[in-house]
Design a protein around this ligand. Structure first.
Ligand code: FE2
Length: 358
């Protein structure tokens, strides 16, 4: 099936035209992925052509960085809605966070806060977990859900110096560079993704328990807009490969996780940065050095509802437990968000496991 937005070469040709017409200016930020974007003022309403150019840049380069643009809540929400019209394969903005809720008065926004009040109770265990493997903490957002977000964006509001970087990884490059026999092995496999962390009786644990989600996703997915094959792995949520013994599953997952961290970039935040990523083709990892630095960090996230993921040979994501993610309006109407506080404040202390980080 032809991808909705054509091949990567066709997207490149459109982007070259958009750059000549001064609709957008793109500068690479690493060999693996990502472009810095200039020439698009996200504080103003965008034209259809500008939205199309931004979306082409996003699906082609997977990570877009708008440096020091200092949007407010209204401007970030407006841009999130503008972007939702860019492709038939992306949904409306969803609620701030499917499990943790949204910030006061802005139902599309989730607060990502790290600081003294969110410090893990067991720092030793937290730091030990962080150091275990190079892939620890990498994830695509909320892949426990059958239709995880397709696009995520984060705005930096309080940014500490010398700490708090976010890493992003290119999962299309990770697939492309696998050896042929591993590609063949993965072609028909699915993996179970679960929202598992959280102690009963804590705010985070209770939030997770009241929105239980377990799903099966193909290990190799096809991006609906570009046709690229993706090594869809989300270590923080992915528990095992369906139908394999524990031993074989762990060996295979460690192999692909170790391989995937080769294609990553580290984003060093400035206050006011807006970072947008394609959740279908990238992974990301939260910093773990905030607590020992003694500083605080405040980001705000919005996300767009995604689809079930398409694998090879007709495999599609399936629900094991829970409900699909809905648009913000539908989530609010469902009343599933009463009592959820819209912050990761308590979600950052899951006893050494990683929260819903960014
Ligand atoms: Fe995240």
């Amino acid at each position: 099936m032809k991808p909705t937005f054509g091949s990567p070469q066709e997207i490149d040709a459109r982007l070259a035209e958009a750059e000549s017409a001064e609709l957008i200016k793109l500068t690479p930020i690493s060999k693996s992925l990502g472009m810095e974007v200039e020439g698009v003022d996200l504080k103003q309403k965008l034209s259809t052509e500008q939205v199309a150019a931004v979306y082409d840049a996003l699906i082609r380069h997977k990570l877009l960085v708008f440096k020091k643009i200092s949007l407010n809540h209204e401007q970030q929400v407006r841009f999130t809605y503008e972007l939702s019209n860019a492709s038939p394969n992306i949904g409306a903005p969803t609620i701030g966070h499917t499990v943790f809720g949204h910030v006061d008065k802005y139902p599309e926004i989730f607060s990502v806060y790290q600081g003294e009040t969110s410090k893990p109770r067991n720092m030793e265990r937290y730091e030990a977990t962080a150091a275990t493997h190079p892939w620890t903490g990498y994830h695509c957002d909320i892949t426990a859900c059958v239709n995880p977000p397709c696009i995520g964006m984060l705005r930096g509001e309080i940014i500490p110096k010398g700490a708090g970087d976010t890493n992003f990884g290119n999962l299309a490059a990770a697939y492309e560079t696998l050896d042929q026999s591993t590609k063949e092995q993965l072609a028909t496999l699915q993996a179970e993704h679960e929202y598992k962390f959280g102690k009963k009786g804590t705010e985070a644990g209770d939030s997770i328990a009241t929105r239980r989600m377990v799903s099966h996703h193909p290990l190799v997915t096809v991006h609906p807009d570009t046709g690229e094959k993706i090594l869809f792995n989300s270590p923080a949520f992915l528990k095992f490969v369906v139908g394999m013994t524990d031993e074989d599953s762990t060996a295979l997952l460690h192999k692909i996780w170790e391989h995937s961290v080769e294609y990553t970039v580290r984003h060093v935040w400035d206050q006011g940065d807006l970072v947008v990523w394609d959740e279908r083709s990238t992974t990301h990892r939260a910093p773990t050095d905030i607590y020992s630095s003694g500083t605080e960090r405040q980001l705000y996230r919005t996300t767009l509802v995604g689809q079930q993921l398409q694998g090879l040979n007709g495999i599609v994501s399936e629900i094991v437990e829970g409900e699909p993610m809905l648009s913000c309006k539908e989530e609010l109407t469902s009343e599933m968000h009463i009592g959820r506080t819209g912050t990761s404040r308590t979600g950052n202390s899951f006893g050494g496991t990683f929260p819903e980080p960014n």
